[in-house]
Design a protein around this ligand. Structure first.
Ligand SMILES: Nc1ncnc2c1ncn2[C@@H]1O[C@H](COP(=O)(O)OP(=O)(O)O)[C@@H](O)[C@H]1O
Ligand SMILES: [Mg+2]
Length: 247
C-alpha cells in the first residue's frame, strides 16, 4: 500500500504548535469567522498565534484582515509556504491559491485541498493555531479530527431552540471521539441562553463567553481599523484572555 507522503509531512508541520483550536459549529452564519479572527487577533498580543481559514467555500477571514489587495501576491516559499504575517498574526487561507475564485469540490476534493494546504504550510513554532472551519459535520471536521489529534474545539452557537439540537450533535461527535471541548461561545446573545445552558450539564462543557448582538457590525467590518476598535473586538477580548489562561 502506498502511503500519501503528505500525511507524514503534516505531522512535522504541526509538531511545533502547542494548541490547535478549531472553531466549529454545524450551522453557518453563527459567527465562526468573526470569532476565530477576533480571538486570533487578540491572542497574537499574548502569544505566538496563527489563523488558518479552512472554509474553502466561504473564505472570509482575509476580508476581515483587509487582505483583498494582497491576493495577487503568493505567500513566500522557503522550505514550505510561509503564512502571511498580518501585524504579527500568522495567516493562511486557500484564497492565496484561488485568488478568491469559486472552488467547487466533490468527493475527495476537500481532503485533497486540506492535505495540500496543511502539508505545505510552515507554521514553525506557535502557541495557538485557530482554525476557522466551514459549517457542518462533514469532510472538513472529519479531516481535522483525523490529522489534528491535539485539536481542542471551540463551539460557536446562537441561543436558539434550533441551535440546541445541532450543537448537541456536534458536542456528541467531538466528545465521543475522545477530543476535548474548550467551551461554547454564545454569539448574538440576548442574555437568555437557557436552551444552550441545558447542554452544559449534559456534556460538562461551559459557556466560555457571550457576545451580544451588535447592530453596528457591518460598519465595523468596513476596515480592519474599525473592526479592531469596534465593539465586536471589545466583546471578544475576555474570551481570548480566558482561553490564554486555560493553557
Ligand atoms: N455578535 C454579532 N452581532 C451581529 N451580527 C453578527 C454577530 N456575529 C456575527 N454576525 C453576523 O453574522 C453573519 C455571519 O458571521 P460569520 O462570522 O461569517 O459566521 P460563520 O463564519 O459562522 O458563517 C455576518 O453577517 C456577521 O456580520
Ligand atoms: Mg465563516
Amino acid at each position: 500500500m502506498i502511503i500519501d507522503p503528505r500525511i507524514h509531512l503534516i505531522k512535522e508541520r504541526i509538531e511545533g504548535i502547542s494548541n490547535i483550536i478549531p472553531v466549529i459549529s454545524s450551522k453557518g452564519g453563527v459567527g465562526k469567522s468573526l470569532i476565530s479572527t477576533a480571538l486570533a487577533w487578540h491572542m497574537k498580543d499574548m502569544a505566538r498565534t496563527g489563523l488558518l481559514d479552512l472554509d474553502v467555500w466561504g473564505a472570509s477571514d482575509h476580508l476581515l484582515l483587509a487582505l483583498s489587495d494582497r491576493l495577487n501576491k503568493f505567500p513566500d516559499e522557503e522550505r514550505g509556504i510561509v503564512p502571511v504575517n498580518v501585524n504579527g498574526l500568522n495567516f493562511m487561507s486557500v484564497v492565496f491559491y484561488t485568488g478568491n475564485r469559486p472552488l467547487p469540490l466533490r468527493g475527495d476534493g476537500f481532503s485533497e485541498v486540506f492535505l495540500e494546504l496543511v502539508s505545505i504550510t510552515r507554521w514553525d513554532k506557535l502557541d495557538f493555531l485557530f482554525i476557522d472551519m466551514p459549517p457542518g459535520l462533514n469532510d472538513p471536521i472529519l479531516d481535522v479530527l483525523k490529522y489534528f489529534k491535539k485539536g481542542k474545539f471551540l463551539v460557536v452557537a446562537t441561543p436558539s431552540k434550533l441551535a440546541v439540537n445541532v450543537v448537541n450533535n456536534t458536542l456528541d461527535l467531538i466528545l465521543s471521539q475522545g477530543y476535548s471541548i474548550i467551551g461554547i461561545v454564545e454569539n448574538m446573545s440576548r442574555g437568555n441562553s437557557s436552551y444552550l445552558e441545558s447542554l452544559t450539564g449534559k456534556y460538562d462543557v461551559e459557556i466560555i463567553g457571550r457576545i451580544p448582538y451588535i447592530e453596528e457590525i457591518e460598519e465595523e467590518i468596513d476596515s480592519l481599523q474599525s473592526l479592531m476598535n469596534g465593539r465586536f473586538f471589545r466583546e471578544t477580548k475576555e474570551i481570548a484572555d480566558r482561553i490564554f489562561h486555560l493553557f
